[in-house]
Design a protein around this ligand. Sequence first.
Ligand code: TRP
Length: 513
Amino acid sequence: MGQRSKWGTNRGFLLAAIGSAVGLGNIWRFPYVAYENGGGAFLLPYFVALLTAGIPILMLEFALGHQREASAPKAFRLIDPKWEWLGWWSVIFVMFGIELYYIVIIGWCANYMVFSAFESWGNDANAFFFDEFLQTSTASEDGSVSAVWNIGTMRWRIVIAVAIVWFVNWTITYRGVQKGIERAVMIMMPVLLAITVLITVWALFLEGAKVGIEHYVTPDFSRITDLKVWIAAYGQIFFSLSLGFGIMIAYSSYLPRDANIFKNSLIVGFSNSFYEVFVGFGVFSILGYMATQQGVGLDEVVTQSLGLAFVAYPTAISTLPFGQLFGVLFFFLLLIAGISSSISIIEAFTSAVMDKFTLSRKKIVTTLCLVGFFGSLLFTTNSGLFWVDIVDHFLNHYGLITVGIIEALIVGWLYRTDQLKSHIVTNLGLSGTRHRLFKYVVLQLWLYSVRFITPVALGIAIVHSLIQEFRTPYEGYPISGILILGVGWVLVTHLFAFGVSGLPWQKTPESES
Ligand code: TRP
């Protein structure tokens, strides 16, 4: 049996973990969620969520992976064999769900990098995106087939980009932890930071930027008592920090024995949030600029996710001085932010398989990327956009949140909580009475968050989503689409998780418990 891979340096680990956390979600999701939920006042629930769920669960995942030197399935198995499926479920639904369409969206960004150079969208970025680029389907003429099932054909431009993005992912993960991922993030993350600072500062100086920023930060404190605002805060923190993905467990399993879990969690948690709050200033400056150019109110130009990146930004790029350059840089930024996230789940899945079966990394990674490529094709058809929308909604609202709740409950209440608790501060290097008191207080807060706050907050979020689901079908999609793509995806990945956890171990999982 070969030695477990290791990071070359703690900095390499930090960059990889931050690379996983900082992704498309930070750039196009956070600013909008903040704006929708009270602007500046949203920062309060948001930071409460970071401190009471984000960082505590990050500490939990880091400590779990590091202490057991194990990927998610093995780490949970070492807690109790009956929880092995939970680890498999997280890596399976992220790898064969979120990852498949996440890479398709990165492929769109790659296309838009090229389009930016020529401003190919002309003067109607909206029509270009939906009608020309995606060629989004509509219901059949007699109405018997809805748009979701009116699949049409694969869009070749997207297929080619998706193939390239998978290939890049493969070349990085194939080389392993130190020579592949660590080397890649050592280059990608400084570039990511440089471009972010450059285009954010650029945006801040645009005419009208102030209007946008005012809307972004003006606190609307009346919203703070709204339950929805709090749910949005916990949801954003969870997705943005890649919690419940099995990724942070795998990444920390490659740390040397003397790694400082406590410090690492704080650095990753705060960097990710700092990044998204910062990016928000750039995003809102651009929106303010657009509103000013068009002489309309800000609320008319504010959109989220796909609309922001593929419609609002292109529109702004067309009128911006040096717009083409801005566009190329912006989509390149999305591309690297996306890839540094997408490699992380390939690694998490690979390490899960390597822990249990006697297969080589190279074989696993190659098979995974090939299967992944074919899986991604499902999202490249004329109905792709709807498929992305439905699968994304269900996996994020039910998959991630369920894993988060169970993870917090089993670690907080059932098994060896004290052991894990003390592991968090093992290498903190503080001694003396004052420091002992500090450790005690911090760990009590951690325990309280893991036992009560996280499960309750996520529990409320999931019940709230379920009620919405039964009230109105998500976004008005046909029931067949919701059941097959949404509910189906959640259940089938679950079944696979049970299947794989039932297979016999080719390596010895119990040896280290
Ligand atoms: N945290 C990332 C974001 O904010 C999302 C992400 C991390 C992700 N790892 C991933 C998505 C792996 C898909 C696959 O955007």
